[in-house]
Each structure stands twice: as structure tokens, then as C-alpha cells.
Design a protein around this ligand. Structure first.
Ligand code: AKG
Ligand code: FE2
Length: 322
């Protein structure tokens, strides 16, 4: 199957407040993709293409620096999130090195001065992704039939968002996983990959490669939206496969949620429409902690890795299933 299985939506109508018919058509495509597998691609998303190309170029230059240069940007101890340069531990099934970034104004932000101009470009990418995130969140709000600006008001703190630039090492003779199969825990993720590709999405039980198209950004619905929407929208299952002989670079922007927020199927679905809730309520930071534990203390059996089904309610007896 080809990448055309994943729809591409032109967002310009939402940035220019275009005509209602075009917005309706775009929303219909997004609603369908989100309710079936949680993935779509966007063009005219508001992020300047020259900025994206420059960010990718500087990212490649940064990761090509010697290890002793890169580790100068290791996270500050005591930071709430290990922002800065890091490399997956040898035992991890994920094979990449990364630069994790907090919002530019954060005091825990660690950004490289090398190569020159990289820091500014990263900050600009972050701010642009944040704007696109707000626009997409509002589109999802309308696609779900929620009252205008409901998600915007619920998720009003942009200091919790994260961006990461990653370099995946070339595949070896025996293994090619870059990031193993998962769903993201946040609200919505934006991915911008280089020409090597490797991102794959699970659609109707089949792994579909997302073939890179210059200037296109991949949007994937994540766990918080799945829970709020009472599973109307799916948190996309995805993974990264490495190519032989080439490193692969990508940017991910995690449009997230403040840790103290309570997450549960919205009353709009459970009370207004009367659907039985598919998840019990949880505090977002408890889930984040469990997800971090998956990484720091990987369970022996893959089925013990905690994901959003940890909070699922069985449809038959309203019991919480683990
Ligand atoms: O690098 C990519 O294309 C995707 C990365 C990803 O899925 C993640 O960081 O959660
Ligand atoms: Fe992911």
C-alpha cells in the first residue's frame, strides 16, 4: 500500500479564515482519519518551509559534532524534564540520539550554541509548532462537535509542550527498529521527517509507511485526545524503522497538557450524548510518571508496558481493567 492511504490536508483555509465550505471539506477528511487510525498530514501549516529546511540542516550538523561537544548540552540536574542532548541507553530498543527542548522561555532549557544560529532556529521552530498546534487543536475541537474553544480553554498552558530533534542510527544486519511500536501520551504530535523516511502507522492492522514529502508535517492524535473524546478519535499506533547505510533525522513536537489536569471522557460525550465512559478519570502527571517508568524500568514482558488501556473501563461490567 502507498502513502496516499494517509490523507494530506491543506490548512491554509484555517490560517486565512477561508470559506466555510473548504473548512468543512478539510474537517471531514480529518474526522475520518482521526476516528479510524489517528493520523493525517498537513501542508500550508503555517511553518515557513525555509525555516524547516534550515532546522533540518543545522540538526544534521549538530549531531555530526564529536560526542564530547554534544554532551556539553546534557540536561541540568533537577530539571522536570531531561531537556538537552541525550542518547538512548544501549539496552533500549529505541536507537537514536536526541535533543529535547522545553519552551524557549523555560529556565531549564538547554540549547546548543553550536552550530551558529541553531539555537535561534530551534526557538523559532518551537514557537511555530506551538501556533500550528493551537490551530489543529481547534480543528479537532470542531470535528468532535465540542462547544467552540472548549479544548483551547481546557488546555490553556503552553509551557508544558516539548520538541525533540532526533537522529536515528543506520540499521544493522540484524535489527532495524528506530522507535518501537507505541502511542504518544500527550494531546497531538507533529512530526517532520527528512527524506530518508521510516515513520510507519498502523492502519487496519497493516503498517503503512509515511513517505516523506518536503514541507509536509505529519499529525498524530495521542492518548489525551483519545480519552477526552471517549475513543471517538484514536491515538495513533506508530513506529520508526531505520534504513541501512543512512542516518535518519526528524523533529517531533508534542502538543501536551499541564500535569495537574484531570483527564476523562468529556461530559459532552458521557452526559450529553449518554455514552458509557470508556476510561476512568486520572491526573495526567500520574500517567506521565507511569510512562517514564516504562523507560527507566522496562518490564520483562512487553504486555506489562503501561499504556492508556491502564485506565480503560471494560464495556460489560464497568470494571477498570489493567
Ligand atoms: O521520529 C519520528 O518520526 C517519530 C518519533 C516518535 O514517534 C516519538 O518520538 O514519539
Ligand atoms: Fe511517537
Amino acid at each position: 500500500m502507498s502513502d496516499c492511504a494517509i490523507p494530506t490536508v491543506d490548512l491554509s483555509v484555517f490560517f486565512q479564515n477561508g470559506d466555510e465550505e473548504s473548512k468543512k471539506a478539510a474537517k471531514a477528511i480529518i474526522s475520518r482519519a482521526c476516528s479510524e487510525y489517528g493520523f493525517f498530514q498537513v501542508v500550508n501549516h503555517g511553518i515557513p518551509l525555509e525555516l524547516m529546511s534550515r532546522a533540518m540542516e543545522l540538526t544534521k550538523t549538530f549531531f555530526a559534532l564529536p560526542e564530547e561537544e554534544k554532551i556539553k548540552y546534557r540536561p541540568i540536574s533537577g530539571a522536570p524534564v531531561p531537556a538537552g542532548y541525550g542518547k538512548q541507553p544501549a539496552h533500549s530498543s529505541d536507537k537514536n540520539e536526541y535533543l529535547l527542548m522545553l519552551p524557549p522561555q523555560s529556565s531549564f532549557s538547554v540549547l546548543p550554541n553550536d552550530p551558529p544560529g541553531f539555537r535561534e532556529v530551534l526557538e523559532e521552530m518551537f514557537n511555530n509548532f506551538s501556533k500550528t498546534g493551537k490551530v489543529v487543536e481547534n480543528i479537532l475541537n470542531d470535528c468532535l462537535g465540542l462547544p467552540p474553544n472548549f479544548l483551547k480553554e481546557y488546555n490553556d498552558d503552553r509551557t508544558c509542550d516539548l520538541m525533540s530533534a532526533k537522529r536515528y542510527f543506520p540499521a544493522t544486519e540484524t535489527e532495524n527498529i528506530g522507535i518501537s511500536e507505541h502511542e504518544d501520551s500527550n494531546c497531538v504530535t507533529f512530526i517532520f521527517q527528512d527524506e530518508v523516511g521510516g515513520l510507519e502507522v498502523l492502519k487496519y492492522g497493516e503498517w503503512i509507511p509515511v513517505v516523506p514529502v518536503k514541507g509536509t508535517i505529519v499529525v498524530n492524535v495521542a492518548d489525551v485526545i483519545q480519552v477526552l473524546s471517549n475513543s471517538k478519535f484514536k491515538s495513533a499506533t506508530h513506529r520508526v524503522i531505520r534504513s541501512k547505510g543512512r542516518s535518519r533525522y526528524s523533529f517531533s513536537f508534542f502538543y501536551d497538557l499541564q500535569g495537574d489536569k484531570r483527564v476523562e471522557p468529556l461530559p459532552y460525550f458521557t452526559e450529553h450524548i449518554g455514552e458509557p465512559p470508556k476510561y476512568k478519570q486520572f491526573v495526567y502527571k500520574s500517567y506521565q510518571a507511569l510512562r517514564i517508568r516504562n523507560k527507566t524500568h522496562p518490564p520483562q514482558r512487553p504486555e506489562d508496558v503501561i499504556n492508556i488501556s491502564h485506565y480503560a473501563i471494560s464495556p460489560h461490567n464497568n470494571q477498570v481493567i489493567h
